[in-house]
Design a protein around this ligand. Structure first.
Ligand SMILES: C[S@@+](CC[C@H](N)C(=O)[O-])C[C@H]1O[C@@H](n2cnc3c(N)ncnc32)[C@H](O)[C@@H]1O
Length: 204
């Protein structure tokens, strides 16, 4: 059950950072201390708003750099009365490195990250050789990273960088996560574009 009352509209779910130096205080973001999941590059919030609605017993943060997309997420969350969902405008890697308290999230969702298809631009990809260690820092014991992409070449890079990191083991993505689609995923499916997914959990 959500904490919001239907007669009392929720205030904006966008969270204005007080500092870009100090880690966020999760108790300030959420009314209930519950397990946290974070989506990086949450786009218009199609996945996160629906997934948060299905899981009121968890808290969720969407990270996105584009304000227009964050506002769409905010509208979805407020319409659904989701007190367990917040959105922050910040760069994903910076958020993981400096603002998310270490060991605080049980899952990282990264769906259709910008593929940067040209080889000379691959260095801009979010999932690069440094990513598993920053994910490792962010995750609680037993936590996992779930990814989706439409780029076979990016999936190869994802498999490679996580394969190089002893902290992670590949896992199946639970079906109850896969059935909740993202905005880009819906568009790819409508165009008949094949999409792929991968999951990696912290080694026990
Ligand atoms: C291809 S879109 C996918 C959006 C959404 N995950 C979906 O599947 O519908 C990638 C999203 O990530 C955001 N993004 C890309 N790089 C980012 C970064 N470094 N930090 C935060 N957001 C980022 C973009 O603004 C965009 O909304």
């Amino acid at each position: 059950m959500q904490l919001s009352l239907s007669s009392t509209p929720l205030p904006s779910r966008l969270y204005e950072l007080r500092s870009i130096i100090e880690p966020i205080d999760l108790a300030e973001l959420f009314p209930l201390p519950q397990p946290l999941e974070v989506e990086l590059g949450s786009g218009d919030g199609s996945f996160l708003a629906e997934y948060a609605r299905r899981h009121p017993e968890r808290n969720f943060i969407g990270i996105e750099r584009l304000l227009g997309r964050l506002r769409k997420l905010d509208r979805k969350a407020r319409r659904a009365g989701l007190a367990n969902l917040r959105a922050i405008r910040i760069e994903s890697s910076y958020f993981l490195r400096h603002l998310l308290p270490p060991g605080s999230t049980t899952a990282l969702h990264i769906y259709f990250p910008d593929p940067w298809p040209k080889r000379k631009h691959h260095r801009h990809r979010l999932i690069n050789e440094g990513f598993p260690s920053i994910a490792c820092r962010a995750l609680a014991p037993g936590g996992a990273v779930f990814l989706r992409t439409d780029h076979p070449d990016y999936l190869d890079q994802i498999d490679f960088v996580f394969g190089q990191c002893d902290a992670f083991v590949p896992i199946e993505t639970p079906g109850e996560r896969l059935v909740v689609l993202t905005d880009f995923e819906r568009a790819f499916q409508a165009q008949g574009v094949k999409t792929m997914h991968a999951g990696f959990a912290l080694r026990a």
